[in-house]
Design a protein around this ligand. Structure first.
Ligand code: SF4
Length: 375
């Protein structure tokens, strides 16, 4: 089972916290889509005989694309690969300011069966502070349009840990999100990255990051509310109703091959990682000359072991110690006996039925714990 990711590197405006690869110059969309069509064709042998099960349009903001461009990409995917008519999942990321009933119906005809909607907050002031392109009214209208057009499979993105915002405001956002009965919620803690507007404000003392304890309170409240409503906390930042985990993203965490198309997109296959240039102009000019703007690295056994720990510890199932031994020949519980004892007695993790998994509190430190286990 494999998946294809399409990266659309355009956004209407730059959110103050975002350091993803995107451009706000929408004039170049057509030229970039042309280059993507060339890339898709050049990479048609990527999967050989593996079956493609998921398709994911992410970004940036895929909903900045017009229907002609969406159709062109899907047509090229269909002629370069054998896309089955019954994909397990076809997710399309959309921002509320782009969502209309007409567009929803067209996306549906194109095969999209799941939306990932960048709500982030329903609070007008917070949306302005984040410099989102939508306001609270647009967020509500987008979700009502989804319901009215029968688009029932959607995931909502929310952000917590926003400087100056209190627990009650966060509770309201989570409850408002739940009122639309999403099958999936992704909630991220705001991190202030250096090369963003917030990074600049931080340097100048214009904002102060939220205290760690307050971020933890917001995270614990989120987990409690969502679990009380029947959501499974299956990955540090992801929650799903039973049977509604994100299939495409889950393949990233399980080392299943995937192909990424577009500037900055990553691919993975046979213990090799590939990445495209993170520059729209260079991407277009390279593909105009028929050259893939790509680099790659072969993961060493150590890299694979560390990557396994990094991803598995974020998941509800945790580290499968038998699988780890079979794959890499190392007994992780023995190799790190003292450290596992230490984190278990601190209430951050537990060993059960050959799996070591983190508790709700432990998941907050998943990346740090993983790096302490690195080989
Ligand atoms: S819309 Fe998404 S990708 Fe674009 S700037 Fe905002 S957070 Fe970043």
């Amino acid at each position: 089972m494999s998946g294809i990711y399409i990266h659309i590197p355009f956004c209407k405006q730059a959110c103050h916290y975002c350091d993803f690869h995107f451009s706000t110059n929408l004039k170049n969309i057509d030229a970039l889509v042309d280059a993507m069509l060339t890339e898709i064709n050049l990479r048609k042998d990527f999967f050989k005989d593996a079956e493609i099960k998921t398709l994911y349009f992410g970004g940036g903001t895929p909903s900045t694309l017009n229907q002609k461009n969406i159709d062109a990409i899907i047509n090229e995917l269909n002629s370069s690969f054998t896309l089955p008519s019954n994909l397990s999942e076809f997710t399309f990321e959309a921002n509320p300011d782009d969502i209309t009933k007409q567009k929803l119906l067209k996306w549906k005809i194109s095969g999209v069966d799941r939306l990932s909607i960048g709500i982030q907050s329903f609070n007008e002031e917070i949306l302005k502070f984040l410099n989102r392109a939508h306001n609270a009214e647009m967020a509500v209208k987008a979700l009502e349009d989804c319901k009215n057009t029968g688009f029932n499979r959607f995931s909502l993105d929310l952000i917590y840990g926003i400087p100056g915002r209190n627990l009650n405001e966060w509770r309201k956002d989570v409850e408002k999100a739940l009122s639309y009965n999403p099958e999936h919620i992704s909630a991220y803690s705001l991190t202030i990255e250096e090369k963003t507007v917030f990074g600049n404000w931080l340097k100048k003392g214009r904002i102060k990051p939220m205290e760690d304890n307050d971020v933890i309170d917001q995270y614990l409240l989120l987990v409690q509310i969502l679990e009380d409503h029947g959501y499974e906390h299956y990955e540090v930042s992801n929650f799903a109703k039973p049977g509604c985990r994100a299939v495409h993203n889950t393949s990233y965490w399980n080392a299943i091959p995937y192909l990424g198309i577009g500037p900055s997109a990553h691919s993975f296959k046979n213990d090799q990682r590939f990445w495209n240039v993170s520059n729209n102009a260079k991407y277009i000019s390279s593909l105009k000359s028929g050259i893939l703007p790509i680099e790659n690295e072969v993961l060493s056994i150590k890299d694979q072991m560390n990557e396994y720990l990094m991803t598995k510890l974020r998941l509800i199932e945790g580290i499968d110690t038998i699988e780890f031994k079979n794959r890499f020949g190392s007994d992780i519980m023995k190799d790190h006996e003292n450290y596992f004892q230490e984190i278990s007695s601190a209430g951050l993790g537990e060993f059960r039925n050959n799996f070591y998994k983190l508790t709700t509190r432990g998941k907050l430190f998943a990346d740090e714990i993983a790096s302490n286990l690195f080989y």
